[in-house]
Design a protein around this ligand. Structure first.
Ligand code: CA
Ligand code: CA
Ligand code: CA
Length: 280
């Protein structure tokens, strides 16, 4: 478990060398992802739009629900901090100011809060803050490694993974940090819980020897396989507009690439190929 933990945390930083964190851009049919420290969007003509174009490293991003702004982490100040900006790069605002690691901003479904992960209190904790960076609150407050990737679809709860019971497991808590419940407590490692529009929750698990994506009811019941290949699949992202097509990462081709999956047809389509549109 300890070895996995070290690999996992170093993985948070190694990820920026390959495709990571695919997501639909709200109110569009465009797909965003990060690659080699930049935030990229595959535009309407399958061209790549670079939202950051920076010397610094950006690894994770989250769009406001109206699609007008993007929150992201960046080391441009010398430490990993959370920022927001308009999609054209204007109105850049730095929201966190400490020398620890602040990673993975996740915009709330009502647009009013940003959750993120930070080591400022000595271990990975989940924080929420207002859009101007005020009211930063540690809502996980547990000596284990607690990591957020998604709010619940109704925006009232925070989904997260934690190793507080040994292996990594999937948890949910109210957005103020109360009423913590474990949803998946398998002996394997479960992580990256993501909300679906029908209130179900997808997550990845290595229970079958490599990472696959599972989906379950919001109370943790009725678990089913959503994506399973010989490679590693993770980071399922659902959107309002593209209800039945999720974006995800798989390394089934040998490289971590962005795919879409039509969850009704079970059909996966490769979207990226080494930093470019794959041409499919
Ligand atoms: Ca913690
Ligand atoms: Ca587990
Ligand atoms: Ca797999």
């Amino acid at each position: 478990m300890r070895l996995f933990f070290c690999i996992y945390l170093s993985g948070l930083f190694a990820l920026h060398k390959s495709h990571a964190q695919p997501a639909w851009v709200p109110s569009t049919d465009q797909i965003s992802f990060t690659y080699k420290g930049e935030i990229l969007v595959i535009g309407p003509d399958r061209d790549l739009i670079n939202l950051t174009n920076s010397q610094s490293t950006e690894i994770h991003k989250s769009f406001s629900p109206d699609g007008q702004k993007v929150a992201f982490d960046s080391d441009r100040s010398g430490a990993m901090e959370i920022y927001t900006m308009n999609l054209d790069g204007s109105d850049l605002r730095q929201l966190t100011f400490d020398s620890s690691r602040n990673l993975v901003p996740v915009w709330s479904k009502d647009g009013k809060k940003i959750a993120f992960n930070s080591t400022r209190d000595g271990n990975w904790e989940i924080y929420t803050m207002d859009l101007d960076g005020t009211n930063q609150v540690n809502v996980s407050n547990n000596s284990a490694s607690d990591l957020v990737r998604s709010w619940s679809w109704d925006g009232e709860k925070i989904l997260f993974d934690s190793d507080r019971a040994g292996s990594r497991d999937i948890y949910v808590m109210d957005k103020d940090g109360t009423d913590v419940k474990v949803l998946v407590d398998w002996p394997s490692n479960e992580r990256i819980a993501m909300a679906a529009p029908d209130d179900r929750i997808a997550f990845s698990s290595d229970k079958n020897g490599n990472e696959d994506i599972f989906i379950m009811d919001e109370n943790g019941g009725n678990v089913n396989v959503l994506v399973q290949t010989e490679g590693n699949e993770f980071y399922p992202f659902f959107s309002v507009e593209n209800r039945n097509i999720i974006t995800l990462i798989s390394d089934a081709s040998g490289e971590r690439e962005v795919y879409t999956l039509n969850i009704n047809k079970g059909k996966m389509t490769q979207i990226t190929k080494r930093g470019k549109f794959s041409g499919n």
